[in-house]
Design a protein around this ligand. Structure first.
Ligand code: ATR
Length: 271
């Protein structure tokens, strides 16, 4: 029987994960299968358990179940513990290992694919929800000179600053001066889901090397258009991060790193 993996979410039909992992498996000659599983909103745990009972080896977890997956895991990696969210499960004997590969995916995309080292850079992270929380530690581990978090609501950004300040130089902004200087500006808000633009002064983009939107859509997001119009040199959407976080999960399960660049190119040509 082939080793069996799946992505679980609700909704799930739009997920690119089956295509990404099947391509990785072909590329690396791994005998495995990978499916998309729709779990009822109140049936995450039951769906995971049933998949596990049938011999499933691991899962990717997507919206809205990352917190439930965090609670279900019997052992957590450090990056999942700190993110308080799990996007990858690995089943071994009685254990459910929970990991979070989102932040590693973002870091790899920025550094390896876009060619921009994070060390010594001034980074602005927009948003303080789950998506932001998942990438803070991996960003800090690259030793940026500064990580600024800006959020619409003060309390959530302050809580993140308190939690993460032991790991690196973090500051929090609510109102940002228009001449503030950042090298890399990352949109981790959910604004792009609604084609909205998080509030940020246009002047902040002029000196930036990279504007990165963790979301992707067929057309460029408003955030990326705004960044480009206001002078940011390079823009990138979240497709690279999507493929890189998948590669990191694949590595956790199979011990092999697939090549990501051809898969990113394939997805970009399809979207
Ligand atoms: P996720 O887990 O996907 O990050 P979330 O926890 O709901 O989702 O967080 C969404 C983030 O996007 C929050 O930081 C939210 O800001 P608030 O804390 O002020 O709610 C931010 N966000 C969503 N829509 C936004 C908008 N139109 N402009 C600015 N920030 C927005």
């Amino acid at each position: 029987m082939l080793d069996s993996y799946a992505v679980i979410g609700n909704p799930i039909s739009h997920s690119k994960s089956p295509l990404i992992h099947k391509t990785f498996a072909q590329q690396t000659n791994q005998a495995m299968q990978y499916a998309a599983l729709l779990a009822p909103l109140d049936g995450f745990q039951a769906t995971v358990e049933s998949f596990r009972q049938q011999g499933g080896k691991g899962m990717n977890v997507t919206v809205p179940f990352k917190l439930e997956a965090y609670r279900l895991a019997t052992r957590l990696t450090e990056r999942a513990t700190i993110a308080q969210a799990v996007n990858t499960l690995k089943f071994e004997y009685d254990e459910i290992l929970g990991d979070n590969t989102d932040g590693a995916g973002l870091v790899r995309d920025i550094e390896n694919n876009l060619g921009i080292p994070i060390a010594e850079k001034r980074i602005l992270l927009l948003g303080a929800g789950g998506a932001a929380r998942g990438v803070i530690l991996p960003l800090l581990q690259q030793k940026p000179s500064l990580l600024a978090i800006a959020n619409r609501t003060r309390g959530t950004a302050e809580a993140l600053q308190d939690q993460f300040s032991a790991y690196g130089n973090i500051v929090m902004h609510i109102f940002m001066p228009s001449n503030a200087h950042f090298d890399i500006i990352i949109n981790a808000t959910s604004a792009s889901l609604h084609d909205a633009l998080p509030e940020i002064p246009a002047g902040v983009f002029a000196q930036a090397t990279l504007a990165y939107d963790m979301m992707y859509r067929q057309e460029s997001t408003r955030f990326l258009k705004f960044a480009q119009q206001n002078g940011t040199r390079q823009i990138a959407d979240g497709i690279g991060m999507l493929v890189e976080q998948a590669a990191e999960s694949f590595f956790l399960w199979r011990g092999i790193r697939p090549q990501t660049k051809p898969v990113i190119a394939m997805l970009k040509s399809q979207i």
